[in-house]
Design a protein around this ligand. Structure first.
Ligand SMILES: *Cc1c(COP(=O)(O)O)cnc(C)c1O
Length: 389
């Protein structure tokens, strides 16, 4: 099996599993319990919080544990909007956000807020000038993702965050695709809230954290006990939190070297495909991009057909976003870049990670051109492409 879908999820590092194991059975206490077993668990999550904060240049009291990227985004946006709604009714986001952001804004629109959805150019990049023009005295919150999960394009959040700060607008970023892949220093980076998810950086699924800068208020969205300093109720998921901290520690230690190695593999794969398969476009090729991601549009074929044929050959990829894979709608991100439906349908996303090898890339290059050729032969556009080539 060749796994090239790391932007959808990553396997746990075995060292992460090892770190988690004692907390399922031996050290199983409830962190809210006052006895020693409980306090041992409490200590473990507080050490994890400290570790995560240190790795990202944050303070411990700025890290809130949640169930993953989706909850972090929901809590950030709904929590801030509830806390500041008296100040204004205008919000800003982008058209390429993950559905865990977009659908929150859609709901807020129904509740009477006005939302500006920033467009992107052909490369999938948000223009800072559009952001500047969108800010009004009514704007209370802006949320623009750090890197897009489908294209890997890195957004200018430093510039956007700075503009937001100058105008008194709170700035949130969905950094689920960048935490672990890019160095992040929250002491320097002008963002107020940041979402992360452990399973995207070799940690377990079902856990993540929201960073909230000191001084920024938010209203809790899950009510109950006083967990997470009263901001997110529910017994803490001790093993997963311990695993997440371990995963972040390992990933960031390996990151500089791994980024380079993975980028070389990605570029080798990309170049190889462009040389062997005609009529392929790499989305965001001229924009700053994550080192591990390549979103390709393969004309005259359907993404789903490529995905299934590759799966049959033991190669796991994604077509568009994992969330839209079950539906017939092409990815909202590719449509937002201005690609027509029929071209956006022919998307295949390669996303690499730390267990990929050069041998695997060669294997893909041996299989993929034949897959495309076969599909183009039976496609209704087949004759057209032969004509073009
Ligand atoms: C995966 C992902 C999410 C959702 O995170 P979960 O932990 O799976 O809920 C949100 N945003 C982006 C950009 C993602 O890639």
């Amino acid at each position: 099996m060749i796994y090239l879908d790391y932007n959808a999820t990553s396997p746990c590092d075995p060292k992460v599993v090892e770190a988690m194991l004692p907390f399922f059975h031996e050290k199983f206490g409830n962190p809210s319990s006052l006895h020693s077993l409980g306090q041992e668990a409490k200590k473990a999550i507080e050490e994890s919080r400290k570790e995560i904060a240190q790795l990202l240049g944050a303070h411990e009291d700025e890290i809130f544990f949640v169930s993953g990227g989706t909850e972090a985004n929901n809590l950030a946006i709904k929590g801030v909007v509830s806390a500041y709604e008296k100040k204004g009714k205008h919000l800003i986001t982008s058209v390429i956000e993950h559905h865990a952001v977009l659908n929150v804004f859609k709901t807020l629109e129904k509740e009477g807020f006005t939302v500006t959805y920033l467009p992107v150019n052909r490369e999938g990049f948000v223009d800072p000038d559009d952001f500047r023009k969108a800010i009004t005295p009514q704007t209370i919150l802006a949320s623009v993702m750090h890197a897009n999960n489908e294209t890997g394009v890195i957004q200018p959040i430093e510039e956007l965050g700075r503009m937001a700060r100058e105008r008194g607008v709170i700035f949130h970023t969905d950094a689920v695709q960048t935490v672990g892949k890019l160095p992040i220093d929250l002491e320097r980076l002008p963002v107020d809230l940041l979402s992360a998810s452990a399973h995207k950086f070799y940690g377990p699924k079902g856990t993540g954290f929201l960073y909230v800068r000191r001084g920024i208020r938010f209203i809790p969205q899950i009510l109950g006990g006083p967990h997470e300093r009263g901001k997110r109720a529910g017994t803490e998921n001790v093993p997963l939190i311990v695993g997440m901290a371990k995963a972040l520690e390992i990933t960031l230690k390996e990151q500089p070297e791994e980024s380079q190695r993975i980028q070389e593999l990605r570029d080798f794969l990309e170049r190889g495909i462009l040389e062997r398969v005609p009529e392929v476009v790499v989305v965001g090729a001229r924009a700053p991009r994550l080192p591990n991601t390549s979103m390709m549009l393969v004309k005259y074929v359907e993404g789903e057909s490529m995905l299934l044929n590759l799966d049959f050959a033991g190669i796991c990829v994604s077509s568009g976003s994992a969330c839209t894979s079950g539906s017939l709608e092409p990815s909202h991100v590719l449509l937002a870049c201005g690609y027509p439906h029929e071209i956006a349908h022919g998307s295949v996303r390669w996303s690499l990670g730390k267990w990929n090898t050069l041998e695997e890339m060669k294997e893909v290059l041996a299989v993929f051109p034949d897959v495309v050729e076969k599909l183009r032969r039976i496609s209704p556009f087949g004759k057209e492409v032969i004509h073009h080539v």
